[in-house]
Design a protein around this ligand. Structure first.
Ligand SMILES: *Cc1c(COP(=O)(O)O)cnc(C)c1O
Length: 391
C-alpha cells in the first residue's frame, strides 16, 4: 500500500537533523560484556548501565533458564489477574529485605514505577516539589498526577525551602528527587532534604535507579550511603542489578495502597518469571560478593583520575557516571563518532535529555573493566580531545 506523504512529519524530522538532535538506533550484535560487537566492529563499552557486569553473569543466566523451562517465557497477565507468580512475590520480599524496608512492590520497569507511584500518591490539593534535573520518568509521573508540581533549582536547598514555605498549606507535600542524577552522576543532598522534609512535614520519594547495587557499604543505595530514612524508595533492576523491571519500597500501608491504585501496576502485564528469578539471584550475589562493588569503586577512581590528568574537568563523585561536557549537540556527536573510530562506544547525550548547550559524553564505568580498558578509554579521550580542541 502506498502511504500519503505527511509533510508535518518530514518537517519535524528535518528540523531535528538540522539541530543535531536526530536520533538513530545502533545495533549490538553480541551479549552485554565490557566489549561488544556493534555493526561488525568490536568496541569497548564505556556507557552501559550494567555497572557490575551482572547482565551477562552465568549464574543469573542459569537461574533464568531454569525458571523459563518451568514457567514459560511470558507471564500471561497483569499481577492482579493471571501474571502473579511465586517468583514475583519472592522478589518483592527480597528487594524489601535488601533495602531494609517493610515491603516492596515490583513494576515492569523503573519508568512505570515512577509514573505509577507519583500519580497514585500525589492527589488533587497536594504539592510535589521536584528537582529540575529529575529523570524524565519522575517528570512524567508529576505530569500524570493531579497534584500541583513546583520545580526547584537543581540540589538547591534554599530554593526547596522557599517552595516548601509557599506550599505549607497544601494537604500533602512530596519532595521527589533522583538520588544519583542520571546524566551528571552527582548526588542529591538527602540529609538536608530530610531535615527540610521534617521541618515542613513533607514526604520524600527518592529514585535510586543508579544507587541500588552501587552506593552504601552493602550496595543498598542512597539511604545506606547517607544513613537517612526516606518514605519511598523507587528503583530499577535494569542498571546494576543487570536484569529488568522496577520497584518501590516503603511501609506496608503505602505498598498496599500502591497495589490498589498505581495504574502502571494494575494495567501492565507482569514481568516474565525467568527475569524475576534472575533479579533475585543478582541481589544475592551483590550482597555476598563485596568484591564486585569494590572493583567498581576502584575503576571509578582510576578513570576519574586519568581523565583529570589529561585535562578533562570531571566531578569527583562516588558514582560510575562520569559526564564529559562538550556543549553543542553537533560537536558532541562528532566527538562520539571520533571515539568510535578509536574503538570506544559512548553515544552523545543531547537535549531534551540534558539542557540546551550542555550536551555531553556520559561515560560509565563497569566493575568488569580491566586496567587496560580504562587506559583505552582515557587514551581515546586524549586523542579525540586534542583533535577537536576540547583539551
Ligand atoms: C533508567 C532510569 C529509570 C527507568 O528505569 P527503567 O527500568 O529503565 O525503566 C528511572 N529513573 C532513573 C533515574 C533512571 O536512570
Amino acid at each position: 500500500m502506498i502511504k500519503p506523504t505527511y509533510s508535518w512529519v518530514d518537517q519535524q524530522i528535518n528540523d531535528l537533523k538540522k539541530r543535531g538532535l536526530y536520533r538513530h538506533l545502533r545495533t549490538i550484535e553480541s551479549g552485554p560484556a565490557s566489549t561488544v560487537e556493534i555493526e561488525g566492529k568490536e568496541m569497548l563499552i564505556a556507557s552501559s548501565n550494567n555497572y557490575l557486569g551482572l547482565a551477562a553473569d552465568q549464574r543469573l543466566i542459569m537461574e533464568a533458564s531454569k525458571v523459563v523451562q518451568q514457567f514459560g517465557v511470558g507471564s500471561t497477565g497483569s499481577r492482579l489477574t493471571t501474571g502473579n507468580s511465586t517468583w514475583h512475590e519472592k522478589l518483592e520480599k527480597r528487594i524489601a529485605a535488601f533495602k531494609k524496608e517493610e515491603a516492596a512492590i515490583v513494576f515492569s520497569s523503573g519508568y512505570l514505577a515512577n509514573v505509577g507511584v507519583i500519580s497514585a500518591l500525589a492527589q488533587d490539593g497536594d504539592v510535589i516539589l521536584s528537582d529540575e534535573l529529575n529523570h524524565a520518568s519522575l517528570i512524567d509521573g508529576c505530569r500524570l498526577s493531579k497534584a500541583n508540581t513546583m520545580v526547584y533549582r537543581h540540589v538547591d536547598m534554599n530554593d526547596l525551602k522557599k517552595k516548601l514555605q509557599l506550599a505549607r498549606n497544601a494537604q500533602n507535600k512530596f519532595i521527589v528527587t533522583d538520588s544519583v542524577f542520571s546524566m551528571d552522576g552527582n548526588l542529591a543532598p538527602l540529609p538536608e532534604i530530610k531535615e527540610l522534609a521534617d521541618q515542613y512535614n513533607a514526604f520524600i520519594i527518592v529514585d535510586d535507579a543508579h544507587a541500588t547495587g552501587v552506593l552504601g557499604e552493602n550496595g543498598r543505595g542512597s539511604t545506606e550511603h547517607f544513613h537517612v530514612e526516606v518514605d519511598i524508595t523507587i528503583g530499577t533492576f535494569s542498571k546494576a542489578i543487570g536484569t529488568e523491571g522496577g520497584f518501590a519500597a516503603g511501609s506496608f500501608p503505602i505498598i498496599e495502597l500502591l497495589r490498589n491504585k498505581a495504574r502502571s501496576f494494575i494495567f501492565q502485564t507482569a514481568l516474565p518469571p525467568g527475569s524475576v528469578a534472575a533479579a533475585i539471584k543478582s541481589i544475592d550475589i551483590i550482597e555476598q560478593e563485596k568484591s564486585l562493588i569494590h572493583s567498581l569503586r576502584a575503576n571509578i577512581e582510576k578513570l576519574q583520575k586519568q581523565l583529570a590528568e589529561i585535562g578533562f574537568v570531571t566531578m569527583p563523585t562516588p558514582t560510575p557516571i562520569i559526564p564529559v561536557l562538550i556543549g553543542e549537540a553537533q560537536k558532541t556527536v562528532a566527538f562520539s563518532k571520533q571515539l568510535e573510530r578509536e574503538g570506544i562506544f559512548a553515544p552523545a547525550i543531547r537535549p531534551p535529555t540534558v539542557p540546551e548547550g550542555k550536551s555531553r559524553i556520559r561515560l560509565t564505568v563497569m566493575a568488569s573493566h580491566t586496567d587496560k580498558h580504562i587506559q583505552q578509554v582515557s587514551q581515546a579521550f586524549y586523542t579525540t580531545g586534542k583533535n577537536m580542541g576540547v583539551i
